[in-house]
Design a protein around this ligand. Structure first.
Ligand code: SF4
Length: 286
């Protein structure tokens, strides 16, 4: 099985029972999954990997600093979109069947096809969404704010679950996102050779709106150093020297993230209450 480092601080690992996708909105323009798939796997067509449904090793709990077990956070289908139109419902059923065998692991299912997730969820989760399944939508700008409404509608139909909005890659100032009833908001700039700019005030505004609505926030990274507001203060002739200068002066606390992940002197890495609930359940299970 192909194992790709998530390179995403809020997840511990990725799991790709299906790969491949097609572009649907502006956030897809520089899709990293497509770039990786074309370079290493010869194409980005949707392919199902039923053999990955029996994976178990990568879902084992982690050990926290206190020696107790901590649930792993798994990003499902980082190399595609689980609700892509070419993935049949019966295969999605199989994915959730596999997830059901790991009740102490968090599976984060993120989509840009919010309408299909809503329709699927209304049919399949009449008795509620299991606590370890976190459902989310990517909403990279104002134009796709309706995906967040679809997520909320699913919550209203299926009952409570951890709802996640990923405002990444953040492509502009946000004024139409409503984070009411959303539990977790991720935000970050775009990474990669063709990454688009992300202004610090755009990030600050998402964080403030999310906090106002009571959501936990995880700021992933600036995406590229040019987005990092401390970059203009960095000293040195080369990019490497400037980066090391920021680290040495304590201006960048997480330099291994793309472009760093320090905002106004701190990291913003909060988890929603659903994580603590699952962690406590895991500890009670012994
Ligand atoms: S939905 Fe995600 S995986 Fe699919 S093309 Fe867009 S960015 Fe890439």
């Amino acid at each position: 099985m192909t194992v790709l480092n998530t390179q995403i601080s809020c997840f511990d690992t990725t799991w790709n029972p299906a790969v491949g996708c097609s572009k649907i909105s502006e956030g897809c323009d520089n899709c990293y999954a497509e770039a990786i798939a074309r370079r290493f796997f010869g194409g980005f067509e949707v392919r199902l990997h039923p053999e990955r449904l029996t994976e178990t090793r990568k879902f084992k709990p982690l050990t926290g600093p206190d020696g107790f077990r901590v649930p792993r956070r798994v990003f499902v289908n980082s190399m595609g979109d689980l609700w892509h139109q070419e993935i049949p419902d019966r295969f999605i059923d199989d994915v959730f069947g596999a997830i059901a065998r790991h009740p102490h692991t968090v599976f984060v299912c993120l989509t840009k096809r919010a309408g299909r997730m809503l329709a699927y969820g209304r049919r399949r989760w009449k008795a509620g969404v299991p606590e370890n399944i976190w459902l989310g939508v990517t909403a990279e700008n104002d134009a796709v704010h309706g995906r967040i409404d679809a997520l909320r509608r699913l919550k209203a139909a299926a009952g409570p679950f951890t709802a996640y909005v990923n405002a990444e890659p953040l492509l502009g100032p946000i004024s139409r996102h409503d984070y009411t009833d959303i539990d977790w908001v991720g935000v970050g700039g775009e990474a990669g050779a063709r990454a688009r700019p992300c202004a610090p005030d755009w990030v600050r505004r998402v964080i403030a709106s999310a906090h106002d609505a009571g959501a936990a926030v995880w700021f992933k990274s600036w995406g590229r150093w040019e987005n990092n507001p401390n970059w203009a203060r960095a000293r040195g002739r080369t990019k490497k020297a400037r980066k090391q200068d920021l680290i040495a002066r304590g201006l960048e606390l997480l330099p291994e993230e793309h472009g760093g992940a320090t905002l106004d002197g701190a990291l913003v890495q909060e988890l929603p209450p659903g994580f603590a609930r699952l962690r406590d359940r895991l500890r009670r299970a012994g």
